[in-house]
Design a protein around this ligand. Sequence first.
Ligand SMILES: Nc1nc2c(ncn2[C@@H]2O[C@H](COP(=O)(O)OP(=O)(O)OP(=O)(O)O)[C@@H](O)[C@H]2O)c(=O)[nH]1
Ligand SMILES: [Mg+2]
Length: 311
Amino acid sequence: MAIFQPWNRGLRKTRKNVFSRIAQIFQNKTVLSDDMLEEIEALLIESDAGVETSQSLIDALKSHQFSSDTGSGQPEDQVMRFLKRTIQEMLKEDDPGSIRETARPLVMLVVGVNGSGKTTTIGKLAWNMKDSGRTVLVAGADTFRAAAGEQLDVWAKRAGVDCIRQTTGADPASVAFDALEAAVARGVDVLLVDTAGRLHNKVNLMEELKKISRVLGKRLPGAPHEIVLVLDATTGQNGLRQAEQFARAVGVTQVALTKLDGTARGGIVLAIKNTLGIPVKWAGVGEGIGDLLPFDAEAFAEGMLGEGKDG
Ligand SMILES: Nc1nc2c(ncn2[C@@H]2O[C@H](COP(=O)(O)OP(=O)(O)OP(=O)(O)O)[C@@H](O)[C@H]2O)c(=O)[nH]1
Ligand SMILES: [Mg+2]
């Protein structure tokens, strides 16, 4: 089915490097022994699903009655099917990757450490939202890094939306404020605000993000309506600690997980959900404008544990 294909491609490394090894664990074996369970747990941990989540999946496997009836398939197929179903259950409330249409303009503040993929993700989000019939404006509140504004401009052009920005060194909160003024005046549906990933130090960064958030709320009560944390999947468990810091400082309502295509640690989606309780709403699976997928629990589980029909 069409929806599975980009997930199969995006999770190729996780599937091929980690979970395809489940079949090897089963070679010539017909019962699931404790040693085999331990090996499966090690694979889950290797995928960055986190120790607790891996343990709870193994407990679920242990207490599941597998059928010896040949009609139910090989034991490894039964285990794969069971894991797929359980993972899908764990993540299902997160899908579909959609936005709550509670306000107009809907203001989405995009935060994350430098290089995580904020600007790229804004370009992809703008494209995705425009494609679904919304009008979009993007704002360059990363005035710290030279050329950050130009980079956002390029993405805005690609997505076919307008971009509001100022020169490097301008006050980011006032860029955000002006952009929100413009968004209200033009009656656009969505305002996406890009922010810096690095300032002189982390405290400055968090204080600046809080200020941007406050200023947006002054202009439009309730804004920002979504605070999107962009996390680089290749940073694994380290990303979880970043997430905690951002969540404490500004509150995070959803995660956009980038670079899933570049890692075998796709299990991090489970750790984010189970340890932080923040839903992953978007997944980046490449550098192109169409490479942002609205999260889908079934397609995710299939991409991780399925046969991968992408070749
Ligand atoms: N393969 C892959 N690359 C990605 C993805 N998302 C972003 N990138 C790449 O990651 C790099 C950094 O992306 P940016 O969007 O500039 O990151 P940023 O968070 O805005 O960085 P700063 O503005 O410096 O804080 C770029 O080379 C992107 O092409 C993804 O989903 N997959
Ligand atoms: Mg950027």
